[in-house]
Design a protein around this ligand. Sequence first.
Ligand code: UT7
Length: 322
Amino acid sequence: MLNISTIIGCGAYLPERIVTNNELAARVDTTDEWIRERSGITQRHVAAENEQTSDLATKAARQALERADLSAEQLDCIVVATTTPDHTFPATAARIQANLGAIKAFAFDVQAVCSGFVYALAMADNFIRLGQAKNVLVIGAETMSRLLDWQDRGTCFLFGDGAGSVVLQASADSNKNQGILSTHLFSDGRHYDWLYTDNSLGGPQSRGTIHMQGREIFKSAVDKIGQAVEKALDHNQLKATDIDWFVPHQANARIIKGVCDRFSIPEEKMVVTIAEHANTSAASIPLALEKAVSDGRIQKGNLVLIEAMGGGLTWGSALIRW
Ligand code: UT7
């Protein structure tokens, strides 16, 4: 018998330091007004010099475990979505495992840039469905600030640092209309150069900085995300009007609005954190989920749609009955 995965706890952590648009405008040729209008961003959190991705992730994970009422030793698996690992190897997940004392878990990283959390959730869900794991910690954690050229006005305003986490638990498949209903993943490597860092293996041992063809990504975003959302709804024989909460990857407020308009999802069902967090890549969805759960918006039984698109290109969606 197959299992289903339910989310039993969410956690979040944002670094203390906040950089406002006005602070950025003092360094590069931009304005608060331009950034707000084009992206919806007003500020971003930036990790301290001695804070690594694993530090942010560990804090988010501890909160999720506490809320799930689960000890780290009860974890069977840790999946970390990150594009900013502490080191090239080992996996940042290994460090988080040690920090938590999750000695019975296997732990690894997933790299799908901004879609990383959807990819990680899909893998975790599959481990649970097949009975390979009962309790799985899924984390999206990023220190995107380390990949930014702070003199490049086209990219430096867009990204932020943070970590979000969920605990998944297996339960018997007695009620199919519960937990993670479906995940759908997509990639198109022909657009590799739309969003990339300018380092390469064999090249200088630095992480490189972000280069982005923002307009290209922007133009295809609503179509690609729309495809993933349609798949999710069709697969479950559901309609957009069935969705209680839409928790998208937070890349640009205009992209989020475009997706909502396409599916006639009303604004009050959108969970939007981009103004305060900016684009935290793989961390943006679990950060938004945590916010909407802790402020009481997402309730048991609600139908929650998540989606993301990012470098690769990669994109995907998941439908969750909370
Ligand atoms: O998670 C996936 C990762 N990335 C994304 O999803 C990003 C998707 N793309 C976007 O969100 C948008 O393309 C941006 C917000 C990045 C840019 O908005 P846009 O409306 O596409 O602007 P644009 O790149 O077409 O630039 C318009 C103008 C340009 O000037 P000209 O060529 O029209 O004279 C830019 O040079 O705005 C200029 N510009 C700026 N002006 C003030 C670019 N960056 C800035 C800036 N401040 N920071």
